[in-house]
Design a protein around this ligand. Structure first.
Ligand SMILES: O=CC(=O)O
Length: 339
């Protein structure tokens, strides 16, 4: 027995999978999800990381022009412009870790037959939670009163000024997609009255529908911006809409900064023409207009509505699932556009 064991050679170790044997995915800029789960991606895909290459971006792209079929991007990296897409003639799929698509040249993708997969509804509940959180913060002055306590003003100046009640407020939701619907559900539970504006009336809700955003504002105490940024929605919330919302009106934006005309919003807030704002997104992130720092009726967040551990893990599974489906010629899990 003993001698048999000595002469039987051990089984060969399983062949190491080299990263260059894995399907290639080009990434121009690290998406936020890489800060937590990059290894999960690099175990499955050969990531071509433009930001780690000493080559200028166009040269890096040109070097991989004919071998790369899939790209991973996010809303925080460089725009996926027609110029970038043209440097990658073999590209067939763009997967974005965002729900929004405003950083991708959709026309070029459509013309080239490049499919797009996004974060789908992975983040909707978290984004809706933050929208409600920002609104409660503006009404009940949570952040401002936190500063009051920390600066020792409670002891010297006494009770904090009154806030506003959330229940009973008329909420105008701009964009009743999956995020807008989650916001509506939450605020209904707080006893608010919901109305909305959207590209189309939604049959699955009985909330009053306004085709005109200005009319919605005029009939609301609060506007919550939940739509995507497109050429139609850029600067849709301008001075006219804000004045219709009125002196006590509050605006919350968890969509994209440029849906609001930011200069006009700042002016209305500084001049007391609207009542307050809760903002997670800005026109030129990470720049935030300095005038807002002085205002206690404004609550600011650094575009973090989607930042929860739970959603990032779900996002990671969805992104990997989309890439695996693509490479094994199966239907994408969160396809947003094809042809
Ligand atoms: O802003 C975040 C997203 O679009 O997912």
């Amino acid at each position: 027995m003993a001698s048999d064991q000595a002469t039987t050679p051990p089984p060969p170790p399983p062949p190491e999978i080299q990263s260059h044997d894995l399907p290639k995915v080009i990434v121009l800029h690290p998406p936020p999800v890489f800060n937590y789960f990059k290894d999960l991606f690099s175990k499955k895909f050969h990531l071509l990381k433009a930001w780690e290459s000493p080559l200028p971006r166009h040269e890096f792209l040109t070097n991989h022009a004919h071998s790369v079929q899939a790209m991973l991007c996010s809303g925080t990296g460089p725009p996926i412009s027609a110029d970038i897409l043209r440097l990658l003639p073999s590209l067939r799929l763009v997967v974005t870790t965002s729900a929004g698509l405003n950083h991708i040249d959709l026309t070029e993708c459509r013309n080239r037959g490049i499919s797009i997969a996004n974060a789908g509804e992975v983040f909707s509940e978290d984004v809706a939670d933050l929208a409600v959180g920002l609104l409660i913060d503006v009404f009940r002055k949570i952040s401002a009163s936190d500063r009051y306590v920390r600066h020792g003003l409670w002891a010297t100046k006494g009770d904090y000024p009154l806030g506003s009640k959330l229940g009973g407020k008329r909420i105008g939701i701009v964009g009743l997609g999956s995020i807008g619907f989650q916001v509506a559900k939450r605020l209904e539970a707080f006893g608010c009255n919901i109305s909305y504006n959207s590209r189309k009336r939604k049959d699955f809700v009985s909330y009053p529908f306004y085709t005109n955003v200005c009319e919605l504002a005029a009939n609301s105490d609060v506007l919550i911006i939940c739509c995507g940024l497109t050429e139609q929605t850029r600067h849709m919330i301008n001075r006219e809409v804000l004045l219709a919302l009125g002196k006590e009106g509050v605006i919350v934006n968890i969509g994209r900064g440029a849906i609001i005309h930011e200069k006009e919003l700042v002016q209305c807030l500084v001049q007391g023409e609207i009542g307050g704002a809760g903002l997670d997104v800005f026109e030129n992130e990470p720049d935030v207009p300095k005038e807002l720092f002085e205002l206690d009726n404004v609550v600011l967040a650094p575009h973090m509505a989607v930042f929860t551990t739970e959603s990032f893990k779900d996002l990671c599974d969805l992104m990997i699932g989309n890439l695996e489906a693509f490479f094994s010629k199966k239907p994408l899990l969160s396809l947003v556009m094809n042809e």
